[in-house]
Ligand binder design. Structure first.
Ligand code: NAG
Ligand code: NAG
Ligand code: NAG
Ligand code: NAG
Ligand code: NAG
Length: 396
């Protein structure tokens, strides 16, 4: 139902294409997260879907001791093996409730950031009239955290804590999978719960993420249109949501009473992959238009950049369309394309070239570049082992 194998297929194709091109063109292809246009390179990218996020040993940038990516035991995303019926049925009185009013822009207070990890939407938190009501049950004890709810029973006294959303962003393909199937895109709304609300949380608060998986359709999803239209494909660039445009998060959530959400304890899906987060993943996919998925993949695209232009952030999408047709790729690469991920894992020559281009990016970031969109990109970490974690299943 959710199979978007083409997305992976294109990613894999890119690596093969890199191999054949880097040797005989002036341009250099950079994976999303390593573009030389980015004034603050992220130091990591999605070239190996997170499998190379080793932390301090291989990276020179600043790393916190919280770095859990390859050694944590409660990592995200995960696969829900039985799809929407995964997990243990949870009592209705332990449900989380979501109430997001429209996020309205005055032309200054809602930003759309291409940070080299994702397209992320942030807003003015201090002066905001945006007042969502997201309530999460907990035990009300001095050691209570956002993970309380996972061990509560119908007999427990329910206290409610307020979770405050402070950014949301997207991944393509989806990061969580249902019965092994990927959706085209996944939305993560990140919430903070203060220590005042939950005494067992650290002073920086507890984190809770709400995830929605999107499934590709012909019809566009009107709630994503403003974001996709306003976002920049340039890494490091911030754009503002135009005045009077509004984002209706509430209408994106599949809260029609016919869906369920799956709740578990996990981590950030980007470095340092810190743990202790409470995840809520809706198990009913929400439609998104094919053109919208393509647009998002352009935003997180792999760029063909060459140094030496006098113009700083010149981008053109011209090159993109020459690489869309798998047949064309096949001819250009002069070899058979792989159709599965397992095959690419073994293709270390192309992966090492992808890594090499990342290294170059870090050294040449002071130069000006002209970039074209080289190929559709992805910003997705692969699913992680469950290792005995409990999953709870709630009807909405
Ligand atoms: C990359 O850009 C260079 C210089 O602009 C160009 O010569 C080359 O053909 C491009 N490569 C691809 C794969 O588009
Ligand atoms: C932005 O400002 C306008 C009025 O100036 C306000 O109505 C709106 O709620 C603000 N949006 C956010 C996210 O704070
Ligand atoms: C929290 O405190 C209660 C008693 O106040 C104790 O039974 C429980 O084990 C503690 N939980 C954790 C996670 O430390
Ligand atoms: C969460 O809230 C606390 C308390 O207001 C604040 O100190 C902390 O920076 C917030 N954390 C994030 C990630 O926004
Ligand atoms: C880089 O681009 C900026 C902005 O267009 C320009 O001012 C500067 O001279 C350029 N630098 C080089 C080395 O071309």
């Amino acid at each position: 139902m959710l199979m978007i194998n083409t997305l992976h297929f294109l990613g894999i194709s890119l690596l093969i294409w890199l191999l054949s091109y880097l040797s005989h063109t002036e341009g250099c292809v950079y994976l999303y997260g390593s573009s030389p246009q980015n004034p603050a390179p992220t130091g990591w990218d999605y070239g190996k879907w997170g499998d190379d996020w080793t932390g301090p040993s291989l990276s020179s940038f600043n790393v916190s001791p919280q770095w859990k990516c390859l050694r944590g035991r409660q990592q995200s995303p995960i696969d829900f093996e039985q799809g929407p019926s995964t997990g243990q049925k949870a009592p209705a009185r332990l449900r989380t409730t979501w109430r997001y009013p429209p996020l309205i822009s005055n032309g200054q207070n809602v930003s759309i950031i291409n940070n080299g990890h994702a397209i992320q939407v942030q807003w003015d938190l201090i002066d905001s009239s945006f007042r969502p009501e997201i309530l999460v049950p907990f035990k009300g004890l001095p050691n209570s955290t956002v993970l309380d709810v996972l061990s509560m029973t119908a007999a427990d006294v329910v206290h409610l804590a307020k979770a405050v959303p402070y950014q949301f962003h997207f991944h393509t393909s989806s990061e969580h999978t249902l019965e092994g199937m990927f959706g085209a895109l996944e939305l993560h709304i990140v919430h903070n719960i203060t220590q005042a609300e939950m005494p067992g949380c650290p002073p920086t608060g507890c984190l809770m993420v709400t995830a929605v998986i999107f499934k590709q359709r012909e019809q566009q999803n009107p709630h994503l249109e403003h974001i996709l239209r306003s976002a920049s494909a340039i890494e490091g660039a911030t754009t503002l949501l135009p005045k009077s445009e509004a984002i209706d998060l509430q209408s994106i959530l599949p809260l029609n009473g016919k869906s369920s959400y799956l709740q578990y304890s996990g981590s950030l899906t980007t470095p340092p992959c810190s743990e202790g987060l409470l995840w809520h993943v809706f198990s009913t996919p929400v439609p998104i238009g094919k053109a919208q998925v393509q647009r998002y993949m352009e935003l997180v695209s792999f760029k063909n950049c060459s140094a030496g232009s006098s113009q700083r952030w010149l981008l053109s999408s011209k090159a993109l369309y020459s690489f869309r047709d798998p047949q064309l790729l096949k001819t250009q690469a002069g070899r058979t394309l792989f159709s599965g991920l397992a095959a690419v894992e073994g293709d270390t020559s192309s992966l090492s070239i992808a890594k090499q281009s990342t290294a170059t990016a870090r050294h040449e970031s002071h130069k000006n570049y002209t970039c074209t969109l080289g190929a559709y990109g992805y910003n997705q970490r692969f699913t992680q082992p469950l290792l005995g974690r409990l999953i709870r299943n709630y009807q909405t």
